[in-house]
Design a protein around this ligand. Structure first.
Ligand SMILES: C[S@@+](CC[C@H](N)C(=O)[O-])C[C@H]1O[C@@H](n2cnc3c(N)ncnc32)[C@H](O)[C@@H]1O
Length: 243
Protein backbone atom coordinates (compact mmCIF):
# COMPACT_ATOMS: atom_id res chain seq x y z
CA UNK A 1 0.00 0.00 0.00
CA UNK A 2 1.14 3.56 -0.62
CA UNK A 3 1.65 5.83 2.40
CA UNK A 4 -1.64 7.71 2.06
CA UNK A 5 -3.64 4.49 1.70
CA UNK A 6 -4.02 4.79 -2.08
CA UNK A 7 -3.70 1.66 -4.15
CA UNK A 8 -0.63 1.53 -6.41
CA UNK A 9 -1.30 2.47 -10.02
CA UNK A 10 -0.96 -1.07 -11.32
CA UNK A 11 -4.05 -2.13 -9.35
CA UNK A 12 -6.31 0.59 -10.72
CA UNK A 13 -7.91 -0.49 -13.93
CA UNK A 14 -10.85 0.56 -16.07
CA UNK A 15 -14.00 -1.51 -15.69
CA UNK A 16 -15.20 -1.00 -19.25
CA UNK A 17 -15.18 -4.65 -20.33
CA UNK A 18 -16.00 -3.87 -23.95
CA UNK A 19 -13.30 -1.30 -24.57
CA UNK A 20 -10.66 -2.58 -27.02
CA UNK A 21 -7.77 -4.07 -25.05
CA UNK A 22 -4.32 -5.33 -25.86
CA UNK A 23 -4.34 -8.57 -23.85
CA UNK A 24 -3.91 -10.85 -26.83
CA UNK A 25 -0.51 -11.57 -28.28
CA UNK A 26 -2.19 -12.15 -31.65
CA UNK A 27 -5.64 -13.16 -32.85
CA UNK A 28 -4.88 -14.90 -36.11
CA UNK A 29 -1.90 -16.69 -37.53
CA UNK A 30 -1.30 -18.13 -40.98
CA UNK A 31 -4.24 -18.39 -43.39
CA UNK A 32 -6.63 -21.14 -42.32
CA UNK A 33 -6.52 -24.47 -44.13
CA UNK A 34 -9.76 -25.53 -45.85
CA UNK A 35 -10.42 -28.30 -43.30
CA UNK A 36 -10.03 -25.83 -40.47
CA UNK A 37 -12.37 -23.36 -42.11
CA UNK A 38 -14.99 -26.12 -42.38
CA UNK A 39 -14.65 -26.83 -38.66
CA UNK A 40 -15.14 -23.15 -37.94
CA UNK A 41 -18.25 -23.07 -40.12
CA UNK A 42 -19.80 -26.37 -39.00
CA UNK A 43 -18.81 -26.86 -35.38
CA UNK A 44 -18.14 -23.48 -33.83
CA UNK A 45 -21.62 -21.93 -34.19
CA UNK A 46 -23.13 -24.74 -32.07
CA UNK A 47 -20.45 -24.48 -29.40
CA UNK A 48 -19.96 -20.74 -29.14
CA UNK A 49 -21.44 -19.06 -26.06
CA UNK A 50 -23.60 -16.05 -26.84
CA UNK A 51 -23.12 -13.19 -24.41
CA UNK A 52 -26.91 -12.73 -24.57
CA UNK A 53 -27.10 -9.13 -23.44
CA UNK A 54 -24.27 -9.74 -21.03
CA UNK A 55 -26.22 -12.30 -19.06
CA UNK A 56 -25.08 -15.91 -19.40
CA UNK A 57 -27.13 -18.58 -17.67
CA UNK A 58 -24.67 -21.43 -17.09
CA UNK A 59 -27.50 -23.79 -16.08
CA UNK A 60 -29.02 -23.36 -19.54
CA UNK A 61 -25.69 -24.03 -21.24
CA UNK A 62 -25.02 -27.15 -19.13
CA UNK A 63 -28.44 -28.23 -17.80
CA UNK A 64 -27.47 -31.36 -15.89
CA UNK A 65 -23.87 -30.86 -14.90
CA UNK A 66 -22.96 -30.25 -11.30
CA UNK A 67 -19.38 -29.24 -11.92
CA UNK A 68 -18.24 -26.58 -14.40
CA UNK A 69 -14.65 -25.63 -15.18
CA UNK A 70 -13.36 -22.73 -17.24
CA UNK A 71 -10.00 -22.45 -18.99
CA UNK A 72 -8.83 -19.00 -20.05
CA UNK A 73 -6.37 -18.82 -22.97
CA UNK A 74 -6.43 -22.54 -23.81
CA UNK A 75 -3.95 -22.16 -26.71
CA UNK A 76 -4.06 -25.42 -28.71
CA UNK A 77 -6.68 -26.79 -26.28
CA UNK A 78 -4.85 -29.99 -25.29
CA UNK A 79 -5.43 -29.47 -21.54
CA UNK A 80 -9.05 -28.47 -22.07
CA UNK A 81 -9.84 -31.43 -24.35
CA UNK A 82 -8.19 -33.86 -21.94
CA UNK A 83 -10.20 -32.51 -18.97
CA UNK A 84 -13.40 -32.90 -20.99
CA UNK A 85 -12.59 -36.44 -22.16
CA UNK A 86 -11.46 -37.63 -18.71
CA UNK A 87 -14.51 -36.10 -16.99
CA UNK A 88 -17.50 -36.54 -19.31
CA UNK A 89 -19.88 -35.72 -16.43
CA UNK A 90 -18.61 -32.12 -16.04
CA UNK A 91 -19.13 -29.03 -18.19
CA UNK A 92 -16.04 -27.42 -19.69
CA UNK A 93 -15.85 -23.86 -21.00
CA UNK A 94 -12.85 -22.74 -23.01
CA UNK A 95 -11.96 -19.18 -23.85
CA UNK A 96 -9.42 -18.31 -26.54
CA UNK A 97 -9.24 -15.62 -29.22
CA UNK A 98 -6.40 -16.96 -31.36
CA UNK A 99 -7.91 -18.62 -34.44
CA UNK A 100 -5.06 -21.12 -34.84
CA UNK A 101 -5.71 -22.40 -31.30
CA UNK A 102 -9.49 -22.50 -31.75
CA UNK A 103 -8.98 -24.57 -34.93
CA UNK A 104 -6.76 -27.07 -33.09
CA UNK A 105 -9.32 -27.52 -30.33
CA UNK A 106 -12.19 -27.91 -32.82
CA UNK A 107 -10.22 -30.67 -34.51
CA UNK A 108 -9.85 -32.52 -31.16
CA UNK A 109 -13.56 -32.05 -30.41
CA UNK A 110 -14.40 -33.61 -33.76
CA UNK A 111 -11.84 -36.45 -33.56
CA UNK A 112 -12.88 -37.51 -30.04
CA UNK A 113 -16.56 -36.61 -30.44
CA UNK A 114 -16.41 -34.49 -27.28
CA UNK A 115 -19.84 -33.37 -26.09
CA UNK A 116 -19.19 -31.39 -22.92
CA UNK A 117 -17.27 -28.35 -24.21
CA UNK A 118 -18.57 -24.86 -24.96
CA UNK A 119 -16.40 -22.04 -26.26
CA UNK A 120 -16.05 -18.29 -26.12
CA UNK A 121 -13.76 -16.94 -28.82
CA UNK A 122 -12.99 -13.48 -27.56
CA UNK A 123 -11.49 -11.72 -24.54
CA UNK A 124 -12.14 -13.75 -21.37
CA UNK A 125 -12.96 -10.65 -19.37
CA UNK A 126 -16.14 -10.16 -21.41
CA UNK A 127 -17.15 -13.73 -20.61
CA UNK A 128 -16.38 -13.41 -16.89
CA UNK A 129 -18.33 -10.19 -16.75
CA UNK A 130 -21.41 -11.76 -18.33
CA UNK A 131 -21.41 -14.97 -16.27
CA UNK A 132 -23.66 -15.75 -13.31
CA UNK A 133 -22.30 -15.22 -9.85
CA UNK A 134 -21.10 -18.41 -8.16
CA UNK A 135 -21.48 -20.60 -11.22
CA UNK A 136 -17.97 -21.99 -11.81
CA UNK A 137 -16.06 -24.60 -9.75
CA UNK A 138 -12.56 -24.15 -11.13
CA UNK A 139 -10.74 -21.69 -13.37
CA UNK A 140 -7.48 -22.55 -15.15
CA UNK A 141 -5.09 -19.88 -16.41
CA UNK A 142 -2.10 -21.79 -17.81
CA UNK A 143 0.90 -19.93 -19.11
CA UNK A 144 -0.82 -16.61 -19.82
CA UNK A 145 1.08 -14.25 -22.12
CA UNK A 146 3.90 -13.02 -19.86
CA UNK A 147 4.25 -9.47 -21.21
CA UNK A 148 7.74 -9.33 -19.70
CA UNK A 149 8.54 -5.68 -20.46
CA UNK A 150 7.65 -3.42 -17.52
CA UNK A 151 5.72 -1.01 -19.74
CA UNK A 152 3.55 -3.93 -20.95
CA UNK A 153 2.87 -5.39 -17.49
CA UNK A 154 -0.55 -3.77 -17.45
CA UNK A 155 -1.56 -6.13 -20.28
CA UNK A 156 -1.07 -9.20 -18.09
CA UNK A 157 -4.27 -11.11 -17.55
CA UNK A 158 -3.91 -11.25 -13.77
CA UNK A 159 -4.99 -7.95 -12.25
CA UNK A 160 -7.18 -6.69 -9.42
CA UNK A 161 -10.03 -6.30 -11.91
CA UNK A 162 -9.79 -9.83 -13.37
CA UNK A 163 -9.41 -11.35 -9.89
CA UNK A 164 -12.57 -9.50 -8.84
CA UNK A 165 -14.39 -11.00 -11.81
CA UNK A 166 -13.01 -14.49 -11.15
CA UNK A 167 -14.01 -14.25 -7.48
CA UNK A 168 -17.50 -13.26 -8.57
CA UNK A 169 -18.07 -16.24 -10.88
CA UNK A 170 -16.41 -18.87 -8.67
CA UNK A 171 -18.57 -20.84 -6.26
CA UNK A 172 -17.60 -20.62 -2.58
CA UNK A 173 -14.45 -22.70 -2.14
CA UNK A 174 -14.01 -22.65 -5.93
CA UNK A 175 -10.43 -22.84 -7.16
CA UNK A 176 -8.24 -20.72 -9.39
CA UNK A 177 -5.30 -22.66 -10.88
CA UNK A 178 -2.43 -20.67 -12.33
CA UNK A 179 0.79 -21.84 -14.02
CA UNK A 180 3.71 -19.89 -15.45
CA UNK A 181 7.35 -20.38 -16.37
CA UNK A 182 8.12 -16.69 -15.73
CA UNK A 183 9.24 -15.96 -12.16
CA UNK A 184 8.30 -12.30 -12.43
CA UNK A 185 4.73 -13.28 -13.43
CA UNK A 186 4.59 -15.77 -10.53
CA UNK A 187 5.59 -12.96 -8.12
CA UNK A 188 3.14 -10.59 -9.77
CA UNK A 189 0.29 -13.06 -9.29
CA UNK A 190 1.20 -13.79 -5.67
CA UNK A 191 1.35 -10.05 -4.93
CA UNK A 192 -2.14 -9.57 -6.40
CA UNK A 193 -3.56 -12.60 -4.58
CA UNK A 194 -2.09 -11.54 -1.24
CA UNK A 195 -3.83 -8.18 -1.59
CA UNK A 196 -7.13 -9.68 -2.71
CA UNK A 197 -9.74 -10.14 -0.03
CA UNK A 198 -11.59 -13.07 -1.63
CA UNK A 199 -8.79 -15.54 -2.32
CA UNK A 200 -7.05 -17.75 0.21
CA UNK A 201 -3.70 -19.39 -0.41
CA UNK A 202 -1.37 -21.91 1.06
CA UNK A 203 1.92 -20.43 0.01
CA UNK A 204 4.05 -21.24 3.03
CA UNK A 205 6.06 -23.91 1.29
CA UNK A 206 7.83 -22.45 -1.76
CA UNK A 207 9.22 -25.88 -2.65
CA UNK A 208 5.68 -26.98 -3.53
CA UNK A 209 5.33 -24.06 -5.93
CA UNK A 210 7.12 -26.17 -8.54
CA UNK A 211 4.99 -29.25 -8.03
CA UNK A 212 2.60 -29.69 -10.99
CA UNK A 213 -1.15 -30.08 -10.43
CA UNK A 214 -2.45 -33.60 -9.84
CA UNK A 215 -2.77 -35.50 -13.13
CA UNK A 216 -0.81 -32.78 -14.93
CA UNK A 217 0.52 -33.15 -18.47
CA UNK A 218 2.67 -30.37 -19.90
CA UNK A 219 0.79 -27.97 -22.16
CA UNK A 220 2.11 -27.00 -25.57
CA UNK A 221 3.50 -23.77 -24.12
CA UNK A 222 5.15 -25.51 -21.17
CA UNK A 223 6.95 -27.86 -23.58
CA UNK A 224 8.15 -24.85 -25.56
CA UNK A 225 9.37 -23.11 -22.38
CA UNK A 226 11.27 -26.23 -21.33
CA UNK A 227 12.93 -26.51 -24.74
CA UNK A 228 14.04 -22.89 -24.37
CA UNK A 229 15.58 -23.67 -20.97
CA UNK A 230 12.82 -22.30 -18.71
CA UNK A 231 12.22 -25.59 -16.96
CA UNK A 232 11.14 -24.46 -13.48
CA UNK A 233 7.48 -23.66 -13.76
CA UNK A 234 5.28 -22.39 -10.94
CA UNK A 235 1.91 -24.03 -10.23
CA UNK A 236 -0.45 -22.26 -7.82
CA UNK A 237 -3.95 -23.11 -6.66
CA UNK A 238 -5.92 -20.41 -4.84
CA UNK A 239 -9.28 -20.89 -3.20
CA UNK A 240 -12.17 -18.48 -3.00
CA UNK A 241 -13.44 -17.66 0.49
CA UNK A 242 -16.93 -18.63 1.44
CA UNK A 243 -19.08 -15.66 0.41
C1 LIG B 1 1.23 -18.22 -23.98
S1 LIG B 1 -0.25 -18.87 -24.62
C2 LIG B 1 -0.52 -20.33 -23.61
C3 LIG B 1 -1.52 -21.28 -24.23
C4 LIG B 1 -1.85 -22.52 -23.40
N1 LIG B 1 -2.51 -22.20 -22.16
C5 LIG B 1 -0.63 -23.37 -23.13
O1 LIG B 1 -0.21 -23.46 -21.95
O2 LIG B 1 -0.10 -23.96 -24.10
C6 LIG B 1 -1.48 -17.74 -23.95
C7 LIG B 1 -2.82 -17.82 -24.68
O3 LIG B 1 -3.77 -16.99 -24.00
C8 LIG B 1 -4.60 -16.37 -24.98
N2 LIG B 1 -5.13 -15.15 -24.36
C9 LIG B 1 -4.42 -14.06 -23.99
N3 LIG B 1 -5.22 -13.14 -23.46
C10 LIG B 1 -6.48 -13.66 -23.46
C11 LIG B 1 -7.75 -13.17 -23.06
N4 LIG B 1 -7.88 -11.97 -22.53
N5 LIG B 1 -8.83 -13.96 -23.21
C12 LIG B 1 -8.68 -15.21 -23.76
N6 LIG B 1 -7.51 -15.72 -24.17
C13 LIG B 1 -6.42 -14.95 -24.03
C14 LIG B 1 -3.67 -16.12 -26.16
O4 LIG B 1 -4.39 -15.98 -27.38
C15 LIG B 1 -2.77 -17.35 -26.12
O5 LIG B 1 -3.27 -18.37 -26.96
Amino acid sequence: MLKNGQTPKVFQEPRDFHAPRAFFGRKSGKRMLRGQQELFDELLPNLEIDLANNNIDIKKIFPNREKIILEIGYGGGEHLARKAIENPEIGVIGCEGFTGGIGKLLQQIKTHNIKNIRLFSDDAIKLLNAMDNKSIDEIYLLYPDPWPKKKHNKRRFVSKMTLDEMAKVLKPKGQFHFATDIEDYANWTLAHILRHKYFTHNLNKPLFWHQPFIGWQATRYEKKAKKEGRDKSFYFTFEKHLF
